[in-house]
Design a protein around this ligand. Structure first.
Ligand code: FES
Length: 304
């Protein structure tokens, strides 16, 4: 760091950080070993590095465009700044978001000098959601051990379909699963997996008909969008997962199969990737729960 020209006092503990000319508040606080959350790694893509400027607001540079965007979205007042965007041109006093031991421990997980190390990274991926159609009546009609056996049998084979298409299962939620596919052709990989899973479900259905005199079916939704891939959980139990609106959208698309009477629906962002490679069924313009407007969803019935 070049020679310090100013200093920032950081409350609630009154610790002082020297600041080099035009250094950001975040860089100055981290360099001084003062814990401050910075979940996106200093890219103005979160709000966790926010501080309240208690004194010397004129010592901070005006908001950048990306900071202004975040400030507008979260209704910041003028004294609330993103530490990763606020460059310091004089002495100031701020109050940071890191207030308790829990926040400090979170920061410690990433290391005090990990300014470039976000607690996640953004990436465009394909997300596949599936769940078992009519799971509640099916599970109510079977002993719990049989339900576990059946689900494990399904998840084992569905997992093989996901693996074979180049994806990985990110999460299980009851009878549902969430799989993630990466790379330039992630949408096509996810659709391949989805179609394979439908065939697998048909085979599982023969099994359940034989054993329980009941059919088995699944619904699949696929969406391509930007997510944050990050580690989630306590320090001894962390694992990578995906978070973001694109995940919710994929889940809603999967659920829309019920209304559309389909088994595999994909969004337009998926169709942009797979249009020349798939056989399509009906197109549905549907409202998705929790989303505004209608979404054009395409049924996919096979590969060309
Ligand atoms: S660290 Fe995410 S906005 Fe500053």
């Amino acid at each position: 760091m070049s020679e310090a020209s100013h200093q920032v006092t950081s409350n609630p503990d009154g610790r002082v950080a020297p600041v080099a000319a035009e250094q950001t508040l975040l860089a100055a606080l981290l360099a001084a070993g003062i814990p401050i959350t910075h979940a996106c790694g200093g890219k103005a893509r979160c709000s966790t590095c926010r501080v309240r400027v208690e004194d010397g607001i004129e010592a901070l540079c005006p908001r950048t465009d990306d900071e202004s965007e975040m400030a507008e979205k979260l209704h910041f007042d003028d004294a609330t700044r993103l530490a990763c965007r606020a460059r310091v041109r004089g002495d100031a006093t701020v109050r940071r978001l890191v207030l308790d031991d829990c926040d400090a421990a979170l920061v410690a997980c990433h290391g005090p000098d990990a300014i470039a190390g976000a607690s996640g990274r953004e990436e465009v991926v394909a997300i596949l959601f599936s769940d078992v159609a009519g799971f509640t009546p099916l599970s109510e009609s079977l002993p719990p051990y049989d339900v576990i056996h059946l689900l494990n049998r399904w998840f084992l084979q569905a997992g093989e379909d996901v693996d074979a298409a180049g994806g990985h299962i990110d999460n299980y939620m009851g009878d549902g699963l969430l799989a993630v596919f990466r790379g330039a052709a992630c949408g096509l990989s996810a659709v391949r997996a989805g179609l394979a899973m439908l065939k697998t479900a048909d085979r599982v259905s023969e099994y359940t008909q034989q054993l329980y005199d009941r059919p088995f079916g699944v619904r699949v939704g696929v969406h391509v969008g930007c997510v944050v891939i990050g580690d989630l959980g306590a320090a001894h139990n962390r694992r990578e997962t995906v978070i973001g609106d694109a995940v919710n959208t994929a889940s809603r698309i999967e659920a829309a199969n019920k209304e559309a009477g389909t088994r595999l629906l994909v969004s337009e962002s998926v169709m942009e990737q797979v249009r020349d490679h798939v056989e399509t069924g009906c197109t549905h313009d549907l409202a998705l729960k929790g989303k505004t407007g209608t979404f054009r969803l395409q049924e996919i019935t096979g590969l060309l």
